[in-house]
Design a protein around this ligand. Structure first.
Ligand code: NAD
Ligand code: 0WE
Length: 264
C-alpha cells in the first residue's frame, strides 16, 4: 500500500522530463496516486503526452492559467473524470525575460502584472476553481524560491512574485484549514530546468550554491518529488501554511564556510 493509494492528484506545470513537476509526478505514481496532468500550451503537448503514457496517465489537459475559462474547463473535466480530487500541485512560474536582468526598479507595469498573474494569482484561481471538488484531507502545493526572502541578483520581479506566492500560501492555509485542506510550498534550490535555461548567470549561481550549501550538493526534481510526497500525504496531516526548504541547507548560511569544500 503506497502513501497516496486511493488519492487523486492533479499536477500543473509539466513541461518536460527535467521539470520539477516530473519529479513530483514520479514520486506520486510510485506511491499509488491516480494522476492527471495539465500543461500550458499546444507546443508542449508532444513532450507531455509521452511522459503521461510512461506513467499510464490518461488525463492530460491543456490549461493556460492566464485564462479563467481554461481553468474552469479543467476543473469541469476533472470533476467528470475523478469525482473528487485530493491533491493539486502548482509548479508554474513566468515573467518576461526583460524582468529577469538589470535593476528591479526598471520593472514595467505590464511586466509586474504578468508575473503576478501567472506566478501567483494562478495558484489562488486554481484553489478556488477546485474547491468544490476537493476532498477533506486534501492538499494544495506550490513551488517557490529563496529569492522571495533575500535578494537573488537578476531574479528581480520573480522574487517579488514568490514573496506574494508564499504569503498567498499562508492566507489560503487559513481559508481552507476549516475544510481540512492543507496548503504548503516547497522552496527548492536552483535546478537546471527549462525555466532556468537561458537565465543570465544561472551557471555561476548553480555552482556557487553547491559550494555554499551545508550539504555541498545541488538538489534534484526527485528531491522535490519526495518532499512533495510528504507534504501531500497523510504523513503531513496538520502541517499547513509552511514553506519547506529543499535546498541542501543553503538558506541557513550567512556566509560560505571557509574551512572545507565538498569532501570526497
Ligand atoms: P519548468 O519550465 O519545467 O516548469 C515551469 C512550468 O510553468 C512549465 O511547465 C510552463 O509551461 C509553465 N507555465 C508557464 N506559463 C504558464 C501558463 N501561462 N499557464 C500554464 N503553465 C504555465 O521549470 P521548473 O523549474 O520545473 O519550474 C516549476 C516551478 O518551480 C516554478 O514555479 C519555478 O519558479 C519553481 N522553482 C524552480 C527552481 C529552479 O531552479 N528550476 C527553483 C525553485 C523554484
Ligand atoms: O523560478 C525560477 C525560474 C523563473 C522564470 C524563468 C524564466 C526564464 C525564461 C520565470 N520566467 C522566465 N521567463 C523566461 O522567459 N527559478 C527559481 C529559476 C531561476 O531563475 C532565475 C534564477 C533562478 C534560480 C533568474 C534569475 C536569477 C536566478
Amino acid at each position: 500500500m503506497g502513501l497516496l493509494t486511493g488519492k487523486n492528484a492533479l499536477i500543473f506545470g509539466l513541461a518536460n522530463d527535467k521539470s520539477i513537476a516530473w519529479g513530483i509526478a514520479q514520486a506520486f505514481a510510485r506511491e499509488g496516486a491516480q494522476l492527471g496532468f495539465s500543461y500550458a500550451g499546444e507546443a508542449l503537448e508532444k513532450r507531455v503526452k509521452p511522459l503521461a503514457s510512461h506513467l499510464g496517465v490518461d488525463f492530460v489537459e491543456q490549461c493556460n492559467v492566464a485564462s479563467d475559462d481554461q481553468i474552469a474547463n479543467v476543473a469541469d473535466k476533472a470533476a467528470k473524470r475523478f469525482g473528487q480530487v485530493d491533491i493539486i500541485v502548482h509548479s508554474i512560474g513566468f515573467a518576461n525575460k526583460d524582468e529577469l536582468s538589470g535593476h528591479f526598479y526598471n520593472t514595467s507595469r505590464a511586466g509586474f502584472h504578468l508575473a503576478m498573474d501567472i506566478s501567483v494569482y494562478s495558484f489562488v484561481a486554481l484553489a478556488r476553481a477546485f474547491q468544490p471538488i476537493m476532498r477533506k484531507g486534501g492538499a494544495l502545493l506550490t513551488l517557490t524560491y529563496f529569492g522571495a526572502v533575500k535578494v537573488a541578483p537578476n531574479y528581480n520581479m520573480m522574487g517579488v512574485a514568490k514573496a506574494a506566492l508564499e504569503a498567498s500560501t499562508r492566507y489560503m492555509a487559513s481559508d481552507f484549514g476549516p475544510q481540512g485542506i492543507r496548503v504548503n510550498a516547497i522552496s527548492a534550490g536552483p535546478i537546471r530546468t527549462l525555466a532556468a535555461m537561458g537565465v543570465s548567470g544561472f551557471r555561476d549561481m548553480y555552482k556557487n550554491f553547491a559550494d555554499m550549501a551545508p550539504m555541498r550538493e545541488n538538489v534534484t526534481p526527485e528531491d522535490c518529488g519526495n518532499a512533495a510526497l510528504y507534504l501531500c500525504s497523510d504523513m503531513a496531516s496538520h502541517v499547513t501554511g509552511e514553506v519547506l526548504y529543499v535546498d541542501s541547507g543553503y538558506n541557513i548560511m550567512a556566509a560560505a564556510d571557509p574551512r572545507e569544500k565538498k569532501e570526497g
